[in-house]
Design a protein around this ligand. Structure first.
Ligand code: SAM
Length: 479
């Protein structure tokens, strides 16, 4: 029975409730009066202490997703953009994945790291190799990483992950440092999550892949990941272990997107109901071609238009949750997704183990094809050309603004006095230390203009002083 407060996956992702939601959405998808009232409810409201947004239930949001009236879709995109601008402004946070090891004992049918893939080269970085990768990432200008590893208790035990995090935080090359390490490793125990929390990780990210239990079990035929409940309940264990920020995601293309969408929101509602705070981020990956993986064998692939609509509906339903898109998507798709709510993107990613220290792309250890192959400098400039501020900010969790404390800041609309100046300061660091002349020119103009959008005068003045000190060689200022 559906119960968002239950700690059992089968209750908070109750299959009946998902199916009833889809029926309800189908029945109401032409009910324009209801749809317009849902859109009105979703719009951000300005109050004396900032912007407020109510968000939507999984049932309400599913109606929006089911409706295929083009006028409603346009309205939907507008509301998504309004919400994004109200809470996140025009900042886009940048990160890169760092693949530590592709050893894996699972049998995921969509992933080339599956244990039966005998011709893929298996590789696990040594701590020395991690240092070299981190230096290469720092030399590009990255400050925030997401570490990735296959599941293999012998080759990639938690101690290896913890050592790697320590190594990453310990590398300070020239003016570079990695200030936030997010972690995307397989579901684990409360004890291990405690160790990750103590190691100072940012967000713990775990994609559900699919919420459809039957499909999930078929797609993960063997290995620890086969256990649907253990995987689906991982975020509860992570939070119990003291990790405040968790990141959800569905691998779109595996199962029906409407089912995934409703269940993803139910998962978010569950986290909010039980832990008082929803997911910090939601990622929207789509299945890609990879070594022995042909995405066409999964018959649920979605068009770019549907993909954009899903992102807009997520933006509207959970307005305080950051949204991530990776380099799995090409420039055009990423540009469109930025308009409807994405707040974080990866740049210049290599999805191979050791990929940042080699000139050529290492196809033989790659997890999936990267569509956006631009350099970080190109991505940064492109963002600015489309009116976005590239942000390398990592301040929140380092200042203790995680979980509900981050949400409070977001809900009180204070992000403009905090994240906005931090974005400008970290952009200035990037321009000073790593950018090409062309990017520097565009960036300086952007900083000049965007300083005026810091609402509080004292914050604006302090920000100007910090910017001057960055020119003088100081680093890591934050509000
Ligand atoms: N091993 C960890 C786990 O079990 O969750 C996570 C790390 S894995 C390196 C990161 C994610 O890549 C997976 O959760 C999956 O969603 C995604 N992925 C795997 N194969 C993919 C493919 N062919 N195309 C796109 N994304 C893929």
């Amino acid at each position: 029975m559906y119960d968002p407060k239950s700690m059992h996956a089968d209750d908070f992702i109750d299959d009946n409730e998902v199916r009833e939601t889809l029926l309800y959405a189908e029945e109401n998808k032409n009910n324009l009066e209801l749809i317009n009232s849902i859109l009105e409810k979703a719009r951000p409201q300005k109050t004396s202490d900032g912007w407020h947004c109510s968000g939507l239930t999984h049932r309400e949001a599913s109606i929006l997703l089911a409706c295929d009236d083009p006028e409603i879709t346009e309205k939907l995109y507008k509301v998504a953009e309004e919400i994004k601008l109200a809470f996140y402004g025009n900042r886009i946070v940048i990160f890169a994945p760092l693949y530590l090891s592709n050893y894996c004992i699972n049998g995921c049918l969509y992933c080339p790291y599956h244990a039966e893939n005998k011709h893929i080269a298996r590789k696990k970085l040594t701590q020395e190799e991690i240092k070299a990768e981190v230096i290469a990432l720092q030399d590009m200008g990255h400050k925030r990483l997401a570490i990735e590893a296959g599941e293999d208790p012998d080759n990639n035990p938690i101690e290896y992950i913890l050592d790697s995090i320590k190594t990453i935080y310990g590398v300070h090359h020239k003016n570079g440092d990695i200030r936030r390490v997010n972690v995307n490793i397989a579901a684990t125990t409360v004890e291990n999550y405690k160790k990750l929390a103590d190691a100072g990780i940012g967000t713990y990210i775990l994609f559900q892949e699919t919420y459809n239990k039957k499909g999930y079990e078929e797609l993960h035929p063997y290995g620890p990941k086969h256990d649907y409940a253990y995987h689906t309940e991982a975020m509860d264990r992570a939070m119990e272990g003291g990790i405040d920020d968790v990141g959800l995601g569905v691998l779109f293309g595996l199962e029906g997107y409407k089912y995934e969408f409703a269940a993803l929101l139910m998962h978010a509602e569950h986290l909010e109901a039980v832990h008082g705070v929803g997911p910090h981020t939601i990622s929207v990956p789509r299945v890609k071609h990879a070594d022995d993986i042909d995405p066409d064998v999964f018959d649920n692939s979605i068009s770019d238009e549907t993909f954009t609509k899903i992102a807009a509906c997520i933006r509207i339903a959970v307005p305080y949750t950051g949204m991530i898109i990776s380099t799995r998507e090409n420039e055009q798709v990423r540009a469109r997704m930025l308009q409807v709510g994405i707040s974080q993107i990866s740049g210049a990613s290599r999805t191979s183990v050791g990929g940042y220290t080699t000139e050529e792309r290492l196809h033989e250890t790659e997890q999936f094809d990267v569509s956006d192959q631009r350099t970080l400098d190109e991505v940064v400039r492109w963002l600015m050309e489309s009116g976005h501020i590239p942000s390398f900010c990592t301040a929140c969790y380092r200042a203790g603004r995680t979980g509900d404390r981050f949400m409070e800041l977001c809900k009180a609309g204070q992000i403009q006095n905090c994240c906005h100046p931090n974005a400008l300061l970290t952009l200035k660091e990037y321009l000073t230390d790593y950018a090409s002349e062309e990017t520097k020119k565009a960036g300086e103009a952007m900083i000049e203009k965007e300083l005026m959008n810091i609402p509080k005068e004292n914050v604006r003045e302090a920000c100007k002083k910090y910017l001057d000190r960055i020119i003088d060689g100081e680093r890591d200022f934050r509000f």
